[in-house]
Write a new protein. Structure first.
Lengths: 201, 250, 88
């Protein structure tokens, strides 16, 4: 192990309920901003959200149509693969189940795609049945661009890289296609409770 | 002192442990840390080191800091500005004492480096603690008694925030001009620049003719504004080297 | 903090690149596979506040190179660069 720096504590790492903090994670009280590229700034009148790919009929919502959908406030713990966790984060969003109400598909996989080119892949069953949302609000405010606004995915049971920022849609896939981080050694599924950070884990 | 090769094979850069041998308060928020590093192989002016701190529970934080000392100096020195919401800089600038050890590796970054043999004229533009790698270049230039024409444009909030002020005064000769722009407060009778660096200022400060090389360092937005300004003045993009510190500074 | 603050220069990737390569990569020149722009690696855009370090073309933002690291294990993707010109 490296030399221990006398008197160094680092950012306040709180103790927290161990049943809510996955292995290898620590709590933060701020909300770190991670980014792999420039922040997209799509004007709302050009924004849309689509469900495409292996579906009988693709679906599309403009921003107004999207915001007219029933939405809810959700409080969730989130866990980043870079080891920070944040408990009890409050979001406002549309459940993916709502978006999938009239969607017919036999596909098993989904690729989330975003402005700026980011993608991440999840099994379809991991975003249905109350497991995922398209979130447009955080902490009672509209979602900041640096945190993925106007809308991002929220898939809290997986590492947070599986919740695409600046999301513009979901592509149904018959074959699983690893996304941006998954093609750089990160785990294909990403369960924080089994510490699935990298591909061999 | 051995010159770290930039072209060609490099020695692996390993984490090494240095002893803190001197601390100098440059300004109330800025401290220079001088280290004894037995395994240090030398560096080029402008390069940086990565500093790594480890807490007792194994948590680590790592940051890059520009080397302030010249390759010719006996000891390696870094200059650190304490950031209010920083994680590493408050430890370095306030907690560290002589006798402590610091884990670091380097030198790193051959792109943002200058040797006297590279020639000039040399335009250095620094914002706040962005002056640190530029100071390494000026110290190296002085150690080599280089006659390369050089100009430092240093943007600081006030004269009290200027790092290395007395040494810069000593170094400023016919061939080195030091210009300040004080953006927030100026002393009475100040006749120098008193605003954010802009294209007009760069036009006045830039060398004529083929301009030579420029090194720009500081907060990201400062660097972008200056780099854009230098291109507008006529610098070729390959002659403008930038080092953005990002939001957390150096 | 503005997003622009997260964008750094190629030099910011120099540390991790030194862990991988025995030559200085920031002075190597590369060609962007997307738009053909040629630049020293030190002059490209780096985003390092992420699960990996991402280097992007300053002209077209194409991802040139990515590096992730886990202790002594690294993953390197250079698909966005047509070629690297190295003086070794």
């Amino acid at each position: 192990m490296s030399y221990v720096s006398r008197g160094f504590r680092g950012r306040r790492r709180e103790e927290g309920p161990s049943d809510r903090i996955p292995p290898g994670q620590y709590l933060v009280d701020d909300f770190p901003v991670l980014s792999a590229g420039p922040t997209p700034r799509t004007p709302l009148d050009q924004w849309d959200f689509s469900i495409t790919g292996a579906v009988a009929e693709p679906k599309r919502w403009t921003w107004d149509e999207f915001r007219a959908l029933p939405s809810e406030t959700i409080t969730k713990d989130i866990h980043c693969v870079t080891k920070w966790s944040k408990l009890g984060t409050e979001w406002e969003g549309v459940s993916v189940d709502t978006l999938f109400e009239d969607v017919e598909t036999s596909a098993e996989y989904v690729t989330q795609f975003s402005d700026g080119g980011y993608t991440t892949n999840v099994p379809l069953e991991d975003i249905l049945d109350g497991k995922a949302w398209v979130a447009f609000g955080y902490g009672g405010e509209p979602l900041d661009p640096e945190h993925g606004g106007p809308a991002r995915m929220l898939v809290p049971h997986l590492y947070f890289w599986k919740s695409a920022k600046w999301v513009r849609g979901l592509r149904l896939m018959d074959d699983d296609e690893p996304g941006f981080w998954e093609t750089l050694g990160y785990h294909n599924y990403g369960d924080p409770w089994r510490e699935q950070r990298y591909w061999g884990d | 002192m051995a010159r770290a090769a930039i072209l060609g094979r490099l020695a692996p850069v390993r984490w090494q442990l240095g002893d803190v041998v001197e601390l100098v308060e440059e300004t109330p928020r800025v401290k220079t840390i001088a280290l004894d590093l037995p395994d240090w192989l030398g560096h080029r002016a402008g390069q940086h080191v990565d500093v790594r701190l480890t807490a007792e529970d194994g948590y680590q934080a790592q940051r890059s800091y520009s080397i302030a000392s010249a390759p010719e100096n006996d000891r390696l020195a870094i200059t650190v500005e304490r950031l209010d919401d920083g994680e590493v800089s408050p430890y370095l600038a306030e907690e560290l004492v002589v006798g402590d050890k610091l884990e670091l590796r380097g030198p790193i970054g051959g792109y943002f480096a200058w040797d006297a043999d590279d020639g000039g004229p040399l335009l250095l533009v620094g914002g706040g603690s962005g002056v640190v790698p530029l100071m390494s270049m000026l110290r190296h230039r002085a150690a080599r008694r280089s006659q390369v024409s050089a100009r430092l444009l240093y943007s600081a909030r006030s004269l009290d925030d200027v790092i290395y002020r007395q040494e810069l005064e000593r170094l400023a000769t016919d061939n080195l001009e030091v210009l300040y722009t004080l953006t927030r407060a100026q002393p009475p009778g100040w006749t120098g620049y008193a605003r954010r660096v802009d294209k007009d200022m760069l036009e006045e400060v830039a060398f004529g003719g083929d301009h030579g090389i420029a090194f720009v360092c500081g907060p990201t937005r400062f660097v972008e504004a200056v780099a854009d300004g230098l291109l507008a003045v006529g610098y070729a993009p390959e002659r403008v080297k930038t080092e953005r510190f990002g939001p957390t500074g150096g | 903090m503005e997003e622009e603050d997260l964008k750094l220069d190629g030099n910011a990737a120099a540390g991790v690149l030194r862990e991988l390569f025995s030559f200085e990569l920031t002075t190597a020149r590369g060609r962007c596979d997307n738009c053909g722009a040629i630049a020293e690696i030190g002059a490209v855009m780096v985003y390092s506040n992420a699960p990996g370090v991402v280097l992007r073309c300053p002209q077209c933002q194409n991802v040139l190179m990515r590096v992730a690291a886990d202790g002594g294990r690294y993953w390197l993707d250079v698909r966005g660069i047509t070629w690297l010109e190295i003086h070794a």
